[in-house]
Design a protein around this ligand. Structure first.
Ligand SMILES: [Zn+2]
Length: 139
């Protein structure tokens, strides 16, 4: 896409700190990192989100994330890594080209708000009803 910042990064029209590239995937360091090693993994073929991405690109992105996770673990020694992906403006997706974040966490970094919430038991009837709705839509 012509006006997509990530497509421009893939084409080299915008510089990036590339850590990995293969036929289907491009991965680079986030220039506004939440922690050291914050990496973005994107498909080379433009698609907006999880609704739109094709299986081949989705698989490639997630297989690449494992390779990069292994490298991050080896050199940065995080205590854990968040793998996060947002779909839609209302959940904070800022660039509308599918991207998976790898966000390492270290002893001294604050927990990510999205990765920590209070556990409150839900309404079991409502959960059962929602389960049935989603299952019916999958058929
Ligand atoms: Zn794009």
């Amino acid at each position: 896409m012509d006006n997509c910042i990530f497509c421009k990064i893939i084409k080299g029209e915008i510089p990036s700190f590339k850590v990995y590239e293969d036929e289907l995937v491009y991965a680079f360091e986030d220039i506004n990192p939440i922690t050291e090693g914050h990496t973005l993994i994107i498909p080379k073929k433009h698609s907006q989100d999880l609704w739109e991405i094709e299986a081949e690109s989705l698989t490639a992105v997630h297989l690449a994330s494992k390779k990069i996770m292994d490298a991050i673990k080896k050199v940065l020694k995080p205590t854990g890594v968040v793998a996060m992906q947002l779909n839609g403006k209302s959940v904070g997706q800022a660039v509308f080209h599918y991207h998976l974040h790898l966000m390492p966490r270290y002893e001294d970094t604050p927990p990510l708000p999205v990765a920590r919430w209070e556990l409150t038991p839900g309404n079991m009837d409502k959960i059962r009803e929602t389960t049935e709705k989603i299952k019916a839509a999958l058929r």
